[in-house]
Design a binder for this molecule. Sequence first.
Ligand SMILES: Cc1cc2nc3c(=O)[nH]c(=O)nc-3n(C[C@H](O)[C@H](O)[C@H](O)COP(=O)(O)O)c2cc1C
Length: 320
Amino acid sequence: MGLLDRLGVELPVVQAGMGGGVAGHELAAAVSDAGGLGTLGMLPPAALRGALQQVRSATGRPVAVNLLLPFARSAHWEVAQDADLVVTFWGRPVRRTSGVWLHQCGSVEEALAAREAGADGVIAQGVEAGGHVRGKTAALELLARTHAALPSGYPVWLAGGIADAADVREALAAGADAAVLGTRFLLTEESGAHPEYKRRALDGGPTLLTQLFGAGWPASHRVLPNAATQRWLGGDPVEPAWLRGLHRATAPLLARAPDAVVARAAALQRPGSPLLGPQPPVAGGPDGLLEAGPLYAGETVARISELRPAGELTRKLAAA
Ligand SMILES: Cc1cc2nc3c(=O)[nH]c(=O)nc-3n(C[C@H](O)[C@H](O)[C@H](O)COP(=O)(O)O)c2cc1C
């Protein structure tokens, strides 16, 4: 019996966790209710608890919670314990839950470390992905290498570059147990992304793989251009070395800053100021983040031209 069957998930379509309010309860509930697996993106613990309760009251189907390891505190893990599974990302994989746990990986080495640490499965993330990008290998190639390195039957889900039913079929035919989609679900009616962020994403790529929005989290991420990328990068995705140094030096402090301080800093973020953090623009949040924050998007953004309702999309993605 596969992991999805064990969890009671009908369709091999997984909506990726997208933090900071992009993948909230409306999106996760719509995907899960349609038979896929919805995932709540990371929020402060009380908000995450509230979102999980909202999903539970909207659907009886399983739901996942995503935790970013550099920021996950005990209170986050307590909430995650009440989800049907936890997906972790970014950092040394360590089992912190007695429930079902998957770790999203950017390399074979990381997938092996996750299995060693007791993960029930891994998500292989290709470099095409939107948001934070862990590795440098294309998704299908990473899938093949990961399969070759892990025992047969060990669950491997695939993320990165998947946007339509043909992509889902290709991922499954290549041996993935499920397809994980972020950018496609960003562009749904239920995602919490700022409406103008959605509009710009519908206009398409090219995307940039950069570390520009690295205050508090110096790591690579794929974004659409805006005033901040124009100001600091111009046409070159590599940010100035001093800026990278500044983000590295301030990360330990900023990663532990109270949630209210982080929210305030995001509201004050300006394209011309170098302390650019990872909060994307969300509906009801500061409009300034449209030009001063990260517009996360994967390479598939160039192929997506309309917002869809998430439940209908989930079923279409799984259509044979
Ligand atoms: C807007 C956005 C936000 C993201 N935020 C997170 C996150 O908070 N945690 C996480 O594990 N992955 C995050 N990701 C990455 C996804 O988990 C996934 O790897 C990626 O979306 C797959 O590639 P795709 O965008 O081509 O579908 C994010 C992706 C996007 C597009």
